[in-house]
Design a binder for this molecule. Structure first.
Ligand code: RP5
Length: 193
């Protein structure tokens, strides 16, 4: 079993009788310290998912907008039609993993944004991608015509940049709310008018 799966108490290096007896210097980093070194401090806040690797060029502007706003993100390819179990797993666990917003791009019968919204209560931003037919209307309508209670915030066809900007604004609102709670009551009240 790899070290990271063992209990902390089991990870202490065995006592070496020579340590401290001037025969050998102790290691500078214990195994616990080494594991703590690996903590990912840049945990992604936004998940960018898309139905095909061929969608990558169309989705890159979302990543660029997030990067410009200093927001961490991850990118995954998963199709609502071809990898349905993967999409359900990813979206069901997104909040638990610390994601705050999901950006979902797909073309043709673009089920990915809607399926994502059906499996998470995080905000989902849909990006309809222009395919080879119907001028992208197929993807637009698939993403935008969601039933009540399962919202997808749909941007323009090939509008990935706005998806990134919108995600940044959603995260900005959360930051503002935290900031407002920290203000004294009078200013707090006025700020919410
Ligand atoms: C959708 O079908 C994808 O989002 C893509 O836009 C479209 C075509 O997929 P590929 O045939 O290019 O993989 O699922």
């Amino acid at each position: 079993m790899p070290d990271r799966k063992r209990k902390l108490t089991e990870m202490q290096p065995p006592a070496d009788p020579r340590v401290g007896s001037s025969e050998i210097e102790p290691e500078t980093l214990s195994s616990v310290e080494q594991l703590f070194e690996e903590i990912d401090v840049d945990q992604p806040q936004v998940g960018i998912i898309m139905g095909s690797k061929n969608d990558k060029p169309k989705m890159q502007p979302a990543g660029a907008a997030l990067e410009e706003a200093g927001i961490t993100f991850e990118v995954r390819v998963m199709s609502a039609h071809r990898d349905p179990a993967l999409v359900v797993d990813y979206c069901s666990n997104a909040r638990l993993r610390g994601l705050k917003v999901i950006i979902a791009g797909a073309g043709m019968s673009a089920a990915l944004p809607g399926v994502a919204a059906a499996h998470t209560d995080l905000p989902v931003i849909g990006v309809p991608i222009l395919g080879k037919s119907l001028g992208g209307l197929d993807a637009l309508l698939s993403a935008v015509q969601m039933p009540p209670g399962v919202p997808v915030a749909c941007v323009a066809i090939d509008g990935a940049k706005n998806a990134g900007v919108l995600a940044a604004r959603i995260l900005g609102i959360q930051n503002c709310a935290r900031h407002a709670r920290a203000l004294p009551p009078a200013r707090h009240g006025r700020g919410l008018d």
